[in-house]
Design a protein around this ligand. Structure first.
Ligand code: AMP
Ligand code: TRP
Length: 334
């Protein structure tokens, strides 16, 4: 049976890229196997975070995941720091991964460059080993993520194989499940369609937040950068030649469950495409936003879900950790 695991950092800036690239698939596929979804609060500490805000956003993210349709009867939803096995296994994996392979991680390079590598937190560097621990603790076979996490998944596989080679078969080697190109794998910034939509972009005009109001969604999409060549046949799906229009097509297709190339044939003008995309995104987000507001007013229910989730996850994690510790030669307490 498939074991599914994925994680997301608790931040208020959840955007359409997160939803179309990952969260939508979590909700759709939660019954395709035994599934675990984790709010990775320890990963959030790799960059400066206000403590009160982190606490609040961790619960808010869990609330949002429930609002997108995760069903606590069907999956295990929990907070990373509630299961202390995660950082414990991460240590063993830090002693498996090499400096060289961690240094090649583009997410580290991108984020470290911002504040200067000298000042970057060590945790930002070792981030992928904690992520590998998250995944490997659950005997995970499938990891649904956006395209930007491909490299971290490759590292997880390499580390698992190396560990197994050295110490015996402890870990299941997982596979990334990335949406096909054009189906949300990489939603681009509306103002700069050559960069992925991201919460850390300079301006939020290129990013549609999951909590944006209809008027804001409409405005951001209307102002989205399209490509210079207007005229006949200008609406077509061609991410290399026409990144802006192709991104809008991908968004509209994602929101309506169609293929981008197929959607393209319905529109002759950029303006019509934009209006349709804004409408479709608004309608897609409306029920999620409503359910979020409802659940946000009832934090005790969310906390209960998270407690039950951690109680289910922890024994699974503990069993894997115990096998890993034994394999490397740690003396069990007697
Ligand atoms: P993060 O917010 O970076 O923790 O990402 C959460 C999930 O959203 C991960 O599976 C990412 O791969 C996915 N994701 C983030 N940005 C995008 C994007 N622009 N397009 C598609 N998926 C994305
Ligand atoms: N690194 C992932 C991201 O930035 C979040 C994450 C942490 C994750 N642990 C994970 C994703 C385990 C999948 C599986 O999006």
């Amino acid at each position: 049976m498939a074991r599914i695991f994925s994680g997301i950092q608790p931040t208020g800036g959840v955007h359409l890229g997160n939803y179309l690239g990952a969260l939508r698939y979590w909700a759709e596929d939660q019954r395709a196997g035994e599934s675990y979804y984790c709010v990775v609060d320890l990963h959030a500490l790799t960059v400066p975070r206000d403590p009160a805000e982190l606490r609040d956003e961790t619960r808010a993210m869990a609330t949002l995941l429930l609002a997108t349709g995760l069903d606590p009867e069907a999956c295990t939803l929990f907070v990373q720091s509630h299961v202390p096995e995660h950082p414990q296994l991460a240590w063993l994996l830090e002693c498996t991964a090499s400096m060289g392979e961690l240094r090649r991680m583009t997410q580290f390079k991108d984020k470290a460059v911002k504040g200067g590598e000298e000042a970057a937190r060590v945790g930002l560097f070792t981030y992928p080993t904690l992520m590998a621990a998250d995944i490997l603790l659950y005997g995970t076979t499938h990891v649904p993520v956006g395209d930007d996490q491909r490299q971290h998944l490759e590292l997880t596989r390499d580390v698992a194989e190396r560990f197994n080679g050295r110490y015996g078969d402890v870990f299941v080697v997982p596979e990334a499940v990335i949406p096909p190109a054009g189906r949300g794998a990489r939603i681009m910034d509306l103002q700069d369609p050559t960069a992925k939509m991201s919460k850390s972009a300079e301006s939020d005009q290129g990013m549609i937040g999951l909590f944006d109001e209809p008027a804001v969604i409409g405005r951001k999409i209307r102002r989205a950068v399209t490509d210079a060549d207007g005229g006949a046949g200008a609406v077509r799906f061609d991410p290399d030649a026409k990144p802006g229009v192709s991104n809008l097509l991908q968004i509209l297709a994602g929101a309506t469950g169609r293929e981008p190339a197929d959607v393209a044939s319905d529109y002759g003008r950029y303006g019509d495409l934009k209006a349709a995309a804004a409408e479709a995104v608004t309608e897609m987000l409306r029920p999620i936003q409503a359910r979020y507001r409802e659940l946000r007013a009832d934090p005790a229910t969310v906390d209960k879900v998270l407690r039950a989730g951690a109680e289910r996850a922890q024994p699974v994690a503990a069993a894997t950790l115990a096998r890993a510790k034994e394999a490397v030669g740690l003396l069990p307490p007697r």
